[in-house]
Design a protein around this ligand. Structure first.
Ligand code: NAD
Length: 443
């Protein structure tokens, strides 16, 4: 089976590389010549643990290639994955322009029957429209499969090769056989392929992401209640998450979630609901709660130091929207940095992997001359009135507080992920501000 993957971002590159690792011949296509050049030179343009080693090996073994020439890669393929971006449009709906462009390109390029697999997260009804657009340009048989991806950045290789389940929406027995063959290596240990119709598969992806985002946002709301009444959200989390009906994951209160998926998928599901005449209240509330949560650290700093921060300096630990990635899309750290710069502060920011992408994302931000990117968290703390932990990279979890006290102007820590031990921070003479931890602060 010859495979073409269109879009070599966080998803397409992982899918292409891992399928090549399973023995298939894969051609990855992207319209960005810079990305393709890097890949051809054996460099992975994103930070994703474990990916580069596999990629170099399968390229060396001749099973993975890259190009900007979609047409010839598609003409020679039995299966074409669509893994292009589907960002938010201004009205909140998913912008499908890249998906439509690829569908039309497929229709013009193919030279025989093909299975088109939609990996991108797309609203309900997209598979039917992709099929219509491809069929408008060709007489060859086309099966369209909705196969949403559930990988997590930072653990993408593991998630793709050992998924909890694989969701496949399609309406033909031929497509079912193709998908079973593609994923045979991933389901040997009993993980299920859940077959369904295309529309249900499309909704399943949004249902999963919005449900997870809802858990986080509910805990973030409760964290505010905890602060108001003197409770500790960490205790509430442990007491709640140990209920097996609820489970411990996605219950961590913090500075809000970001990333390329949750925020845009919430907006797209809300728009899908209103377009279908079924307004959905939960995604709308989750989006509102999360936007407010992203300003929480800036608001706490203003409450502690005043709204005019001129002459003050803050060390920001973490720029990526979560650890083990360089992705800063919709990252809470960017919101915080803009708040601090607006209020006149100096900012010293660091991240193990995301400095380059944050630098790009912040281009044009007013006050940028007061922002310095530095290589270590100790360096970020230099001369700071407070340090603010925004992304829970493991290297930030156990700082040497004695050394920190030696380089900072004052001893104040804002812990936007509740990963520091409040008692340890307090014992080192620091003032500790967590999220929803008013009782912890008193310890
Ligand atoms: N990032 C994740 O963790 C994740 C997880 C699950 C699902 N998804 C979904 O997968 C899709 C892709 O996400 P991503 O994070 O990989 O996006 P990305 O922005 O990292 O990558 C998309 C790539 O597609 C390329 N592209 C766009 N239009 C093209 C075209 N016409 N021809 C060829 N290449 C084209 C872009 O140049 C880019 O390299 C989205 O729908 C997203 O919601 C993402």
């Amino acid at each position: 089976m010859r495979i073409c993957v269109v879009g070599t971002g966080y998803v397409g590159l992982v899918v292409g590389t891992c399928l090549a690792d399973q023995g298939f011949h894969v051609h990855c296509v992207d319209r960005d010549p810079g990305k393709i050049k890097e890949l051809e030179e054996g460099r992975v343009p994103i930070y994703e643990p474990g990916l580069e080693d596999i990629l170099r090996r399968v390229v060396r073994e001749g099973r993975l290639g890259f190009s900007t020439d979609g047409e010839s890669a598609m003409a020679n393929a039995d299966v074409i994955f669509i893994a292009v971006g589907t960002p938010s449009s201004d009205d909140g709906s998913a912008d499908l322009s890249a998906v439509w462009a690829v569908a039309e390109q497929i229709g013009a390029a193919i030279s025989g029957p093909v299975t088109v697999v939609i990996k991108s997260t797309v609203p309900v009804g997209t598979a039917a429209q992709v099929k219509a657009r491809v069929r408008a340009c060709t007489d060859h048989t086309v099966h369209v499969v909705s196969n949403p991806e559930f990988l997590k950045e930072g653990a993408a290789v593991e998630d793709f090769t050992r998924p909890d389940r694989i969701v496949v929406g399609c309406d033909s027995p031929e497509a079912i056989r193709v998908m079973e063959r593609l994923y045979r290596g991933m389901v040997r240990t009993g993980r299920p392929i859940v077959f369904m119709d295309n529309q249900s598969a499309e909704i399943t992806k949004y249902a999963s992401n919005v449900l997870l985002a809802t858990k986080i946002s509910f805990m973030n709301e409760l964290a505010r209640l905890c602060e108001a009444v003197g409770a500790d959200i960490e205790a509430v989390r442990m007491g709640t998450g140990s209920d097996s009906r609820i489970g411990p994951k996605f219950l961590f209160a913090g500075a809000g979630f970001g990333g390329s998926c949750f925020p845009k998928d919430i907006r797209a599901l809300a728009k899908m609901g209103s377009d279908a005449g079924v307004p959905l209240e939960i995604p709308v509330a989750v989006e509102r709660i999360n936007s407010r949560q992203k300003t929480l650290l800036g608001d706490k700093i203003a409450a502690r130091f005043g709204s005019d921060l001129s002459g003050r300096c803050f060390g920001v630990w973490g720029l990526a929207f979560k650890p083990r990635t360089d992705d800063v899309r919709e990252a809470p750290a960017l919101v915080l940095i803009r708040q601090l710069l607006d209020a006149g502060a100096e900012v010293r920011a660091t991240d193990p992997e995301a400095i380059a992408s944050a630098r790009m994302a912040l281009v044009g931000t007013p006050g940028l001359d007061r922002l310095t990117f530095v290589e270590s968290f100790m360096d970020a703390a230099q001369g700071a009135d407070a340090v603010v932990l925004v992304t829970e990279w493991s290297e930030f979890r156990n700082p040497d507080f004695e050394a920190l006290a030696g380089v900072m102007c004052s001893r104040v820590v804002f812990d936007g992920r509740n990963v520091l031990v409040a008692e340890v921070v307090g014992a080192a003479g620091f003032e500790y501000h967590g999220v929803g931890r008013s009782s912890a602060k008193r310890v």
